[in-house]
Structures are given as C-alpha cells and as structure tokens.
Ligand binder design. Sequence first.
Ligand SMILES: COc1cc(O)cc(C/C=C(\C)CC/C=C(\C)CC/C=C(\C)CC/C=C(\C)CC/C=C(\C)CC/C=C(\C)CC/C=C(\C)CC/C=C(\C)CC/C=C(\C)CCC=C(C)C)c1O
Ligand SMILES: C[S@@+](CC[C@H](N)C(=O)[O-])C[C@H]1O[C@@H](n2cnc3c(N)ncnc32)[C@H](O)[C@@H]1O
Length: 327
Amino acid sequence: MAAPSICSQWSRYGSGWLRAMRGCWVPRLRSSWPAGSLGARLLSQEKRATETHFGFETVAEDEKGGKVYHVFESVAKRYDVMNDMMSLGIHRVWKDLLLREMRPLPGTQLLDVAGGTGDIAFRFLNYVQAQHQGKQKRQLRAQQNLSWEEIANKYRNEEDSLGGSRVVICDINKEMLKVGKQKATAQGHKAGLAWVLGDAEELPFDDDKFDVYTIAFGIRNVTHIDRALQEAHRVLKPGGRFLCLEFSQVNNPLLSRIYDLYSFQVIPVLGEVIAGDWKSYQYLVESIRRFPSQEEFKEMIEDAGFQKVTYESLTSGIVAIHSGFKL
Ligand SMILES: COc1cc(O)cc(C/C=C(\C)CC/C=C(\C)CC/C=C(\C)CC/C=C(\C)CC/C=C(\C)CC/C=C(\C)CC/C=C(\C)CC/C=C(\C)CC/C=C(\C)CCC=C(C)C)c1O
Ligand SMILES: C[S@@+](CC[C@H](N)C(=O)[O-])C[C@H]1O[C@@H](n2cnc3c(N)ncnc32)[C@H](O)[C@@H]1O
C-alpha cells in the first residue's frame, strides 16, 4: 500500500480558490470596501469559510493540520504514560469497551484511523487471537481419539493464529506510528497488522475495503470532520460498521464543574510536569470543549450516509461511543 508523504497531505488543507484569492486580489480591494458593503460582506464570509478552530484559537483552515501535527509530534514519546496518569488508567477501560461493542467476527478486516500508538489495534489482535484459540481448542476437544501427533500437528499447522483477521493502523503522524511500532514489537505483535501514514480526510485505500472502521480520540483533531466521515463511509464494505470513541458532553451538572476544574487546572499542569508540554495539553482540553455533543455528532454521522446510528455515553458522558452502518 502506498504511504502518501506528509507534505502532499498538507498541501490539500484549505479550499483552493478561496486561498488563492486571499493571496491576490482580496487584500488589494479590501481598503476600498466601505463597512457593510457587498465587498466587505463577501470578504468576511470568505474569511469565515476558511477559518476554523484549534482549541479556543481561531486559525486559518490550512494552518490547523500543521498545528495538530506539531502537537502529536511533541507528545508522541510521552503519550501513553500521559494517558495513564491523566485518566488514572480509565482510558484503558473506554478502549476495552470499544472492543466489546465491536465484537469482531472471525476474519474481520479492521481499519483503525488516527490509530497513533496502536492501543485499539493491539486490543483487536488480542481479542481475535483469543477467539480463534478458543474455537480451535473447542474443535480439538470435540474430536475423539486423536493421537498426540495429530494434536501437535494441528497446533503446528496453524499458521494464522488470528483466523484471517487483520488490522491496518492509519495515522498522519510518523512519530506516533514510530512509537506504535516499537510497542508492537515489545508486545509481540508481528502478524496481522500494517502501519500506514495517511490522512483521515483522504484515506489511501480503495472503496469498500474494510469490515470495521474505528477512530478513537482522533476525529476531534481533524480539520474537516465531515470529510473524514465521508471517507469512513467510502472505505467500508456494504454492511460495514463505523465506530468512534471520542470525548463528549458531560451530562451531570455537578460532575461537570469538577470535570472542568480538573481539565483546565490539572491537565495542563500534568502536561508540563510529565511531558514538558503545557500547550499541547491545553489544546487537548480546549478541543474537547469544542467537539459537538452526542446528538450533534450523531447527526453528522448520519449526514455522511451512515444508517442505524446510535451512541452510548460512558463515565457520565466524558466520552461516548458512536456507531453506524454502511447499508
Ligand atoms: C494532545 O492531545 C492528546 C494527548 C493525550 O495524551 C491524549 C489525548 C486523547 C485522550 C485519550 C487517549 C484518553 C486519555 C486521556 C485523558 C482521559 C485525559 C483527559 C482527561 C480529562 C479531560 C479529564 C477527565 C478524566 C477522567 C474522568 C479520568 C479520571 C481522572 C480523575 C478521577 C482525576 C483525579 C485526579 C485527582 C484526584 C488529582 C487532584 C485534582 C485536583 C486537585 C483538581 C480538582 C479535581 C477534582 C476535584 C477531582 C477530579 C475528578 C474528576 C475529573 C472526575 C470527574 C468525573 C466525572 C465528570 C464523572 C489527546 O488528544
Ligand atoms: C489522541 S491520539 C489517539 C491515538 C489512538 N487512537 C488512541 O486512542 O490512543 C490522536 C491521533 O490522531 C492523529 N491524527 C490527527 N489528525 C489526523 C488526520 N487528519 N488523519 C489521521 N490521523 C490524524 C494524531 O496524529 C494522533 O496520533
């Protein structure tokens, strides 16, 4: 599979003709537009159309990708330890629940987008391996009068311990992927996984290719969420499933105040102390507040063409798992 270069990915950010115009005739005309005139209104519309947010900051659309890249390049090495410290390990439970929701069938082809250091992919591999081994044991136990040679051969001939399941981890950040690959080696995951550098908004995969698409704590960072959702829909096979684990809206007012206090007063401090990076963790908490609520995000998933869209809020809505099908 071809891995597109980071530079070619970035050249795409922002809408082409508006960007080109901003650079040429728009600034020259600006001074001659009286306030409230059509020209001034068009300019402000054009600005709004090409601006987005990076946390609480307003930035040009074509700047956001670079800023997000810098955040994850900076945190990559301390990413996993930070998550355990900041969430007291709770992120592991959320990720386990995503797998429980997925319940992959034998032979599942999974695409994990914004897969970073591989947490979802490794859970998937452990799950399908355990399933496959369980099935194999049950089959052997059901067969009477097998010799020890036959049993030993059965185990030896078992080339694919994953029962045909595979996972592709796709992420835009090569530093995150690098840490993920090191983790895979340390955890003994060799077979059944591929690492691909790519953008959620322009996936380097053919149509109708995967059974399941996951994105965990990734979609919040994408510049055009609608494009990422459309891409998810494109690469899934008919009948395929979209699953997203993401921060969401806390639904308990009292807890919400404690949560805000913890997010804004503690997380950036931990970011500074553990990773030497206040700004990236300030971006994390700000981007969480910017992300749509459970219901709003559900509508966006439906707009991308998914059917039977549902969600489950976890830990009082701190995070939610959204699910949808390509039918
Ligand atoms: C740069 O971008 C990123 C970098 C990353 O490293 C990760 C991500 C993406 C995120 C993940 C992969 C998930 C893992 C990361 C997190 C969970 C960090 C984000 C955390 C939050 C937004 C806050 C919510 C966290 C939790 C509920 C986890 C549990 C944490 C606690 C129970 C905190 C306990 C801490 C203390 C007792 C320390 C003392 C605190 C204070 C003095 C401040 C005041 C705090 C309190 C009164 C207690 C705080 C209690 C809560 C927060 C519980 C609130 C519970 C509910 C609302 C149910 C990435 O994009
Ligand atoms: C918070 S991490 C999540 C990593 C992993 N899924 C997890 O649950 O631990 C967010 C990831 O999204 C990736 N990312 C951000 N924008 C992306 C994009 N446009 N396309 C693909 N990946 C992106 C980042 O590089 C980073 O690895």
